[in-house]
Design a protein. Sequence first.
Length: 177
Amino acid sequence: MEEPVNTNQQVQRKGYDRIEAKITPDIEANLLRYLEIQKISKELEDEKAALQEKISGHLSRCSDGFWFPVVKDIPLKIRFFRETEIEYDETALRSKLGEKYRRILKPDLKKIRANLPELEKLLEPAIDRIGSPDREKVRGAIENGSMRPEDFAGAFRKQTRTRLAVMRIQNEDYRQS
């Protein structure tokens, strides 16, 4: 029996093997510098957020708009605006409004993604407008013989990207390796 394809993910996830590679002095220095840059980057992001907060505080009595200060002969353009975010207690609203609750709903992409396997049949009539070719479905169509590889010749671009993530290992992660 064929396993259901998880169409909820944009990038296909796979299990990864443990890599056994030597750590050379050059690579060790590269990794240490990488970690140092990660730390500096985090510190800079935190400092930038604090500065934004201070500058926003300075402009808090102003209306939303653009400010054009000149600092040490450097002309700046600063956009300042306030955004109000509202987070609804959906359970409470559903309970309070009953059937009227449906009148205030709008499609939510996060919820659509989370429930996509169940929604695929409902979305079928609009698939030409909202769908994109799915790698697993293409592979399945070729494997089951309903389509041929030649049908796809010249109609796609295949690119392999190299990804690298460097993280500090947590104690519990280390014990598992």
